[in-house]
Design a binder for this molecule. Structure first.
Ligand SMILES: *[C@@H]1O[C@H](CO)[C@@H](O)[C@H](O)[C@H]1NC(C)=O
Ligand SMILES: *[C@@H]1O[C@H](CO)[C@@H](O)[C@H](O)[C@H]1NC(C)=O
Length: 477
């Protein structure tokens, strides 16, 4: 009798052990300390506090074990979840702004195993909505929101965990997202090696409403002496990357519409909030078009044609700061946001996966759109009346601004490998990098990087005591 019980106990003990081992190996902090011996999984939480809503981006990623250094291989799960309205709608009641995060935090607590909470970095970035709020309102909201995020159970004890994100960061993080999804920075291919290299990376072109961003990793650093102030140094998982990035304010699609309309309308008529454009057919009127809290009536003209619309768009593009980019000529560039949306509307690409086209196709699509008459463009969709102007502007921006040739290869994508190309994931990687760097999980080659760690420890003074203690334990390992 004793024998079967004994063996049963042994078997139980064995299966218990194997469960423990599996959990420890499977998760990067399965038993509380960092698993540095196996490929393991971890989470990162990014909260995108936009003007219309607040989105939770919960990433589960895999860190690959390798002898030389550790790389974060690929995010394997992404859980998006949104609440409305955005934080800026709670200007009169900052604590309600904090309350509005609760469903997102609860969702994250449900998805992340409890033992991983304190090892899961969380960051909240506010964008345009909060930037526009007057005076102390944004600060009051951020203060309450920060308190809520710090007490969420997740790890928020690092610099700028909760803040308003500068516009230029969006471009950099979008570039990261793109290159991580395309695996141009790290790859399993042994002949290529695991060192990220400029020549393998791709350029990211983002088109928002107010501004357009360009970010790439130049092969040749000479470009920085021509364009001072467009340099952005980044330490990424132990590697140094010098990016060229700029956000052109006023060159976003919606801002460009207004600029182009104003170029064709004389000041007197404009003061009556009436605009005229050759990018709309005669007899067509758009009423009460709103931009930046102003309302406009817009009429088409008898000179409506692609050629006239293009002349005016070109004049605007050439008067803006968009610069010639020699280095990117001929190799595929990646375009997303409004670039993608307008290409999709005009049938240049189909579905979220997008595809590769040539620049001249934007021109051809614009020519078709500019031939439509008043009844054809009045189909009820918000983008249809603008299609002639939008496509013409996009063409001119790339052709006369960045000076790409008509046969320039362009890749349009909304999603790559099922993941949306947006700044969220790039930020998640940067956050994970920062977190793991401080844990010593990433071996850095550059000595001065100790300074980063030291700075961060000082920055911890304002954080929760529990987390600080845990943090120091890890640091001293
Ligand atoms: C704009 O177009 C509408 C509709 O065709 C027309 O009734 C109106 O008079 C036009 N406005 C101006 C200022 O020309
Ligand atoms: C970084 O740490 C190493 C060894 O731990 C030390 O020798 C070096 O002086 C440190 N560098 C800086 C910039 O503090």
């Amino acid at each position: 009798m004793i024998f079967p019980i004994f063996s049963f106990l042994l078997i139980s003990l064995f299966s218990l052990l194997s469960v423990v081992t599996t959990k420890t190996q499977y998760w990067c902090h399965g038993d509380g300390i960092l698993n540095n011996q196996h490929t393991c999984r971890f989470f990162t939480i990014v909260i995108d506090a936009g003007s219309t809503g607040t989105r939770l981006h919960l990433y589960q990623s895999k860190r690959k074990y390798s002898k030389r250094f550790h790389i974060i291989h690929a995010q394997i799960i992404f859980i998006p979840f949104q609440v409305k309205p955005g934080l800026s709608s709670f200007a009169k009641s900052p604590s309600s702004a904090a309350d509005s995060l609760e469903p997102l935090l609860q969702r994250a607590r449900k998805e992340v195993p409890h033992f991983m909470w304190e090892k899961t970095p969380i960051t909240l970035k506010a964008t345009a909505g909060l930037r526009l709020l007057p005076g102390d309102m944004a600060d009051d909201i951020l203060e309450k929101v920060e308190e809520r995020v710090f007490n969420s159970g997740f790890f928020a004890a690092f610099p700028d965990a909760v803040n308003v994100m500068p516009g230029s960061d969006e471009g950099v993080y979008s570039w990261f997202t793109l290159n991580i999804l395309l695996e141009t920075l790290f790859t399993d291919e042994p002949s290529v090696g695991n060192k990220p290299a400029a020549h393998r990376s791709v350029a990211a072109f983002d088109l928002g409403g107010g501004s357009t961003q360009l970010t790439y990793w130049p092969n040749n650093e000479a470009v920085f002496s021509e364009h001072i102030g467009y340099k952005r140094d980044i330490d990424f998982f132990g590697h140094h990357i010098r990016l060229f990035t700029h956000s052109f304010l006023g060159n976003g699609l919606i801002a460009a519409r207004l600029n182009i309309l104003q170029m064709e309308t004389d000041n007197e008529i404009e003061s009556a909030h009436q605009l005229f454009t050759s990018c709309l057919p005669e007899g067509f009127q758009l009423t009460e078009w709103e931009y930046a809290l102003k309302f406009w009536n817009i009429n088409g003209t008898s000179s409506h044609s692609f050629a006239t619309c293009y002349d005016i768009a070109k004049k605007f593009v050439e008067s803006s700061e968009i610069m010639h980019l020699k280095e990117l000529k001929g190799s595929p560039i990646y375009l997303f946001s409004y670039f993608f949306d307008r290409a999709l509307n005009s049938g240049l690409v189909k579905g979220n996966d997008g595809g590769q086209i040539e620049l001249r196709q934007f021109k051809e699509a614009a020519e078709i759109a500019c031939q439509r008459g008043p009844s054809e463009i009045d189909d009820g969709s918000h983008w249809m009346p603008w299609q002639c102007l939008d496509l013409t502007y996009i063409y001119s921006l790339l052709k006369d601004g960045y000076e790409f040739e008509d046969n320039q290869p362009i890749v349009l994508a909304k999603k790559i490998k099922g993941m949306e190309v947006s700044w969220g994931q790039g930020l998640a990687f940067a956050t994970a990098n920062e977190f793991q760097l401080t844990e010593g999980a990433i071996k850095t080659t550059v000595q001065e990087q100790n300074a980063t760690v030291v700075d961060q420890i000082f920055d911890l003074v304002y954080s929760g005591t529990n987390q600080v203690l845990l943090y120091f334990n890890i640091i001293s390992v």
